[in-house]
Ligand binder design. Structure first.
Ligand SMILES: [Zn+2]
Length: 167
């Protein structure tokens, strides 16, 4: 967990009162598991972050997956009324996780300095957020997931907290 983004998020979680660091009186926050669903990982409010070793092949993928799930953990920490069964709440956190975790960053890197928040970056964030929301039964369907992501997209992609800007 040496990635600067992961380290930064762990620090911000601790500052926000939701430390994920090992502690003798708490169950471990990070879990490495074999996952049947084709996902890189997940955030379970009662357990913490799960990373799926059978779907992650490189160190970079592991770092992106950790950063992604830590964004969810941060959202869960800062918004005391976040309701994961509400598809729009979930969609907002997925937009932020896709935008801030580096999941879409190679495209961002490619285009940085020319177009700012490029169309490719935005469509990558949107596509990944929809894919994640489709796994939430409360979103209903692909159409429901798309609708929820569209409804919150602009507001949530602009919200880079705890980063000053897109990392
Ligand atoms: Zn996610």
């Amino acid at each position: 967990m040496a990635s600067p983004v992961v380290r930064f998020l762990r620090e911000k979680l601790a500052e926000a009162g939701c430390s994920v660091e090992p502690h003798p009186e708490r169950a471990p926050f990070f879990h490495v598991r074999h996952c049947d669903q084709s996902v890189a990982g997940g955030f379970v409010p009662t357990e913490g972050v799960v990373v799926c070793h059978n779907h992650l092949t490189s160190k970079e993928e592991v770092e992106h997956a950790l950063a992604h799930e830590l964004i969810h953990a941060y959202d869960h920490c800062r918004a005391k009324n976040l309701d994961w069964t509400d598809c729009k709440h979930h969609a907002c956190s997925e937009v932020r996780a896709a935008a801030l975790s580096g999941d879409c960053s190679w495209k961002q890197e490619l285009l940085r300095g020319r177009m700012g928040l490029s169309a490719q970056f935005r469509s990558c964030v949107r596509r990944r957020a929809v894919l994640s929301c489709e796994l939430n039964p409360n979103c209903g369907s692909t159409v429901g997931a798309r609708r929820a992501v569209d409804a919150v997209f602009e507001k949530c992609i602009a919200d880079t907290d705890p980063f000053d800007r897109l990392p």
